[in-house]
Design a protein around this ligand. Structure first.
Ligand SMILES: Nc1ncnc2c1ncn2[C@@H]1O[C@H](COP(=O)(O)OP(=O)(O)OP(=O)(O)O)[C@@H](O)[C@H]1O
Length: 455
């Protein structure tokens, strides 16, 4: 089908340039291999959502779309969506049929050039180069300018991921405190970075502190800093992490682990945005945005007296839930493929076997994206050929959706039944219902929300 592969210009030492391949049905899967030794690297995507992320990530200025008789309306829509954000991309078409009355409307409306199968790759590459050259001359090229919105690089179309992307955009633009919740490894730290990048403070520092990892003896001085001689061993002034975040964003991870005495200091800082280094009486103004994360349930920590209620209310301004992998199971393979690509780098080519796909889709992923990434890295090291098997991932292809998921569902159902029974028996009096179950009103309301009960 490809006539001139042997003539493709080999350019081993040239810096690679990227173009987008919008290939909804994966018809040109071999494209990557064909271009391997050329100056071009293709970034294949199936739809506009993936395309928008890729365009941002790879600074794309040229795109190729594969057209057939059944995908024309879909393509027109997707290109239109991309065009709204990136109007200066040059589009080339590869059609399964020559120009005819059925496809000419699409081609003439969207493409600067088109080819039909079987393609002459040499000509396609020349055309891509030509389009790229034109793009350089275009003074309004959006490229990675600050005018373009940053799109968080989250793979997948699941509604829960779409909502996450929307919330990141919205919360990023606000200057308010955000409390990120979600299981360990789900990506709270990554989302905090995106919030910073999406904010007006993106040129300032992003300082991340894991409160759970700091020994209690040094946590105060790490956060607030100290003067020379403030305590034994303080042989020079130390500018604390809060002060280092001036003009940018301070991300306090595992905030539930912050000792109670430091919670008071943090509360003061949230109130007046001033700090005092240890050993100094001079208040210092610090202008930074605060982001917090916890994989522990902060409401329970408040109920148990481990976390100050007043601080909790100060943190709980905007809430961003980062979903666990199990919540978007249908999109796990997209993420797995991205992590595999990231791990392999540019040239290597590996794929998941059918049993690996089955295992990835059915495992419960208690360690979320971190666990997925680690298992993929391990599998890449262990795999000698190009096909990653379930065994190399340390998974079994026969894993049934883990029982803990079923257990959680059962538990939620039981909670819901008990709550509803108590409410009914106490004539909708919440205080009485909470007393009957021997829990506080706060916990009662939290459980109602968790079980999605409408009273
Ligand atoms: N959507 C994603 N795409 C690619 N990589 C991701 C994504 N989400 C998370 N990761 C990666 O997974 C790893 C774990 O993410 P992160 O540290 O942000 O999780 P976390 O929720 O903050 O975990 P913890 O609660 O343990 O601190 C990181 O290496 C991160 O880059």
């Amino acid at each position: 089908m490809d006539q001139t592969d042997k003539h493709l210009p080999a350019t081993d030492n040239v810096e690679k340039r990227y173009f987008l391949l919008l290939d909804p049905e994966d018809c040109l899967q071999q494209c990557r291999q064909k271009l391997q030794n050329t100056a071009w690297r293709c970034v294949p995507v199936n739809n506009a959502t993936q395309a928008l992320q890729a365009i941002h990530k790879y600074n794309i200025q040229v795109a190729v779309a594969t057209i057939n008789t059944s995908n024309q309306h879909f393509l027109a829509n997707e290109i239109d969506t991309i065009h709204q954000q990136f109007p200066c991309i040059y589009w080339l078409g590869i059609s399964d049929t020559p120009l005819n009355k059925d496809n000419s409307w699409l081609l003439s409306a969207n493409f600067v050039d088109y080819y039909h199968l079987p393609v002459d790759w040499c000509r396609v590459i020349n055309a891509i180069g030509h389009a790229w050259g034109m793009a350089q001359l275009c003074p309004t090229i959006p490229a990675l300018s600050s005018k373009n919105p940053i799109i968080p690089d989250i793979q997948g179309d699941h509604p829960i991921l779409q909502a996450l992307r929307r919330n990141l955009q919205k919360f990023g633009a606000a200057d308010e405190t955000v409390l990120l919740s979600g299981e360990t490894g789900s990506g709270k730290g990554l989302c905090a970075k995106w919030l910073h990048q999406l904010s007006k403070r993106s040129d300032g520092p992003f300082i991340s502190v894991n409160c759970g990892a700091l020994p209690s003896g040094i946590i105060h001085s790490t956060l607030f800093g100290h003067e020379k001689g403030a305590f034994t061993g303080a042989d020079k002034r130390y500018i604390g992490q809060i002060e280092q975040a001036n003009g940018g964003t301070l991300f306090l991870d595992e905030i539930a682990d912050l000792p109670l005495d430091l919670q008071v200091h943090l509360l003061h800082f949230l109130d007046d945005h001033t700090i005092m280094r240890i050993g100094s009486n001079t208040p210092l103004k610090v202008d930074c945005r605060l982001l917090f994360a916890s994989h522990q349930d902060l409401e329970s920590a408040v109920d148990e007296g481990r976390f100050r209620e007043d601080l909790f209310h100060r943190l709980n301004v905007l809430r961003l839930h980062v979903p666990s992998l199990r919540e978007y199971r249908s999109d796990i393979m997209l993420l797995a493929q991205q992590l595999l690509d990231d791990c392999l780098g540019a040239d290597k080519n590996m794929v998941f076997s059918d049993d690996a796909v089955k295992a990835i889709c059915s495992y419960s992923w208690p360690g979320n994206v971190r666990e997925l990434r680690n298992r993929i890295h391990r599998a890449v090291v262990l795999t000698d050929n190009k096909i990653i098997q379930a065994q190399a991932l340390g998974l079994s292809a026969n894993t049934i959706v883990e029982s803990c998921e079923a257990l959680n569902l059962q538990r939620a159902k039981l909670d819901a039944d008990l709550l509803l029974k108590a409410v009914t028996e106490n004539n909708n009096n919440i205080s009485a219902a909470a007393r009957q179950l021997n829990i506080s009103r706060t916990t009662f309301y939290r459980l109602i929300k968790k079980c999605n009960i409408q009273l």
